[in-house]
Design a protein around this ligand. Structure first.
Ligand SMILES: Nc1ncnc2c1ncn2[C@@H]1O[C@H](COP(=O)(O)OP(=O)(O)OP(=O)(O)O)[C@@H](O)[C@H]1O
Length: 257
């Protein structure tokens, strides 16, 4: 359970988040879209305890985020991977479990890497892998940690179109199997609809939540759902909300994405 109450974060004159409240129930997959600079990353970082609020309160599973993090209950995937360069892909994946005193489950970790199309990369170091491959390792690592809450900030940004949807399918599979809570930031409205139970729509100047849209598509969702009229309607609805709340043209989300 994620609980954000009246959260304001200011950086000097910039109000990155203005009195934002948000509640994500256990097991929910909530996606976040909005124009560049509307505070999506700041929201995620605040939930993860990486950003202190100017005012307001954040709780994860009833605890301050810092406590949830040290208990290994928070997993992160950032826009650019944060792998340890001196560890192989497999060692990177098991490390966080070791750090939090859990069974590293090496064989399961190896299987996850193979399932993510990284069978040949298990014993490779990050410098030997492409940016997209490293990002996939980082996603596998977050899944393998088994944290009850997963915070993902544009995790597929560096991936090509096909790999993006393979990874989306693997994140959805893993989420369904473990029932964890996910807060997922993306610039892509179709990706937000494909993945989310709900889509949080944000606006900028100041950064705030302007809508929360239920995604009424059945699960499990395959990529083919994106070709249906119902999917197109949901995407169009969210794009309309984005346009209606656009402060100006600068930095606005492209309606084609
Ligand atoms: N550490 C910081 N110091 C100063 N300003 C910051 C800092 N972090 C974020 N900001 C500002 O706060 C606002 C929100 O930034 P944030 O990165 O949260 O937006 P975003 O929606 O994630 O953007 P993007 O989609 O481009 O990643 C922006 O105006 C940004 O410049």
């Amino acid at each position: 359970m994620i609980d954000v109450e009246d959260l304001t974060v200011r950086f000097g004159d910039v109000t990155a988040l203005d009195g934002t409240s948000l509640s994500v129930a256990d097991g929910e997959f909530v996606t976040v879209v909005g124009p560049s600079g509307c505070g999506k990353t700041t929201l995620l970082r605040s939930v993860g305890g990486l950003q202190s609020p100017t005012s307001g309160r954040v709780r994860v599973g009833g605890d301050p985020p810092e406590a949830a993090q040290s208990a290994g209950e928070l997993g992160f995937v950032f826009q650019s991977h944060t792998l340890f360069p001196w560890k192989t892909a497999l060692e990177n994946v098991v490390f966080l479990r070791e750090l939090t005193g859990r069974d590293p489950e090496r064989e399961r970790a190896r299987e996850r890497l193979v399932d993510a199309g990284l069978g040949d990369a298990v014993d490779a170091y990050p410098r030997e892998l492409s940016g997209g491959m490293c990002q996939r390792v980082a996603i596998v690592r977050a899944m393998h940690l088994g944290a009850s809450t997963l915070l993902m900030d544009e995790p597929f940004g560096e991936l090509d179109e096909l790999t993006r949807y393979d990874m989306a399918a693997s994140v959805l599979d893993s989420w369904r199997d473990t029932d964890r809570t996910v807060l997922f930031v993306t610039h892509s409205v179709p990706e937000a609809v494909l993945l989310g139970d709900q889509v949080i729509v944000m606006a900028d100047n100041p950064g705030r939540i302007v809508d929360r849209v239920d995604v009424s598509l059945p699960r499990p969702r395959e990529e083919a759902v994106m070709d249906t009229a119902a999917f197109g309607d949901q995407v169009a609805d969210i794009r309309r909300v984005l346009r209606e709340n656009r402060a100006d043209d600068e930095g606005a989300i492209s309606p084609d994405r």
